[in-house]
Ligand binder design. Structure first.
Ligand SMILES: [Zn+2]
Ligand SMILES: [Zn+2]
Length: 305
């Protein structure tokens, strides 16, 4: 199933001229997973043409306004645009209170069932083809990082090899793809002779508003894409430490430690609105395959990077 990651907002704390507040939209086939919902996300979401009535889940990292003030607007817009399917929202303790309090005062949705769930670190979702897990970050308040990890898919079946071995097309071909071997008369044929090795799924990790930390390195192990807090450049390392954020160099060090395929610098401080290239240059000295996330840019990922 193809996966695409669209940065709806890539700034931090306050919106700037070039960056909206944090939100990342992951499309996996027809499904949507939205990580954080900063103020104004619903507009970016519409621009991304994500569709308003798809199976959708929202994961909130923490209860700082820049990561979740967009929720009421998003729910209101979805309702207004005719969503009827259930929507699930996951987040740390307090998310249920936030959503229900706002809804008590301002009835912002009515059309679709809403399920809001408070979660902590661990396995959050175990779907047929993928999992979502969370780990605690290191910030001033409880903050969760999330990873979306596809399960391995069966290896590719090679019909030419199967024919060469004299295996007739039909049920035996199907069996080769699901069992370690088949029997044909008195012959035993190992599936690995015609089926390639299992194909590793795509893994995307979203870790914002955090100091570099071991729980996130474990969560993000072998991610194809690591989206990591990079609020500041290295000259502001003390500021990053004081406010529970990371520099781009620190993000790059995390990418090295977790053997990421690609690093996207994210939650860029408005201080760098005119020029964020120092963040990119510094990170690339540590981890070459780094990009600077930009609003409304999409990355496509597929199995076997
Ligand atoms: Zn933030
Ligand atoms: Zn925060």
């Amino acid at each position: 199933m193809p996966i695409s990651v669209t940065f709806l907002g890539t700034g931090g704390s306050v919106p700037s001229k070039h960056r909206a507040l944090p939100s990342v939209l992951v499309r996996r086939g027809p499904e949507l997973l939205l990580f954080d919902c900063g103020e104004g996300t619903q507009r970016q979401f519409l621009q991304a043409k994500a569709g308003t009535n798809r199976k959708m889940r929202i994961f909130i990292s923490h209860l700082h306004g820049d990561h979740m003030f967009g929720l009421p607007g998003m729910l209101h817009s979805l309702s207004f645009m005719g969503r009827t399917r259930e929507l699930e929202i996951y987040g740390p303790r307090g998310i249920v209170d936030f959503v229900s309090s706002v809804n008590r005062v301002v009835k912002f949705y009515s059309q679709f069932p809403l399920r809001v769930k408070e979660i902590g670190p661990g396995l959050i979702l175990n779907e047929k083809e993928y999992k979502v897990r969370a780990a605690s970050g290191k910030h001033g308040i409880p903050c969760l990082a999330y990873s979306l990890e596809e399960k391995n898919a069966p290896g590719r079946f090679n019909p030419t090899k199967a024919r060469k071995l004299g295996i007739p097309e039909g049920p035996l071909w199907r069996k080769l793809q699901t069992s370690p071997f088949i029997r044909m008369g008195n012959r035993k044929i190992l599936s690995r002779k015609v089926v390639g090795p299992p194909r590793k799924g795509v893994k995307v990790t979203y870790a914002v508003d955090t100091r570099p930390c071991s729980s996130i390195i474990r969560l993000a192990a072998d991610s194809d894409l690591l989206i990591h807090d990079s609020s500041f450049e290295q000259a502001a390392a003390q500021k990053a430490a004081d406010y529970g954020h990371s520099t781009s160099t620190e993000a790059a060090q995390v990418a090295v430690k977790c053997r990421a395929g690609k690093l996207a610098l994210f939650h860029i401080s408005a201080m760098y609105d005119d020029d964020a290239t120092p963040l990119l240059t510094q990170a690339r000295r540590v981890f070459r395959n780094t990009i600077l996330s930009e609003d409304m840019v999409t990355i496509h990922l597929s199995r076997n990077r």
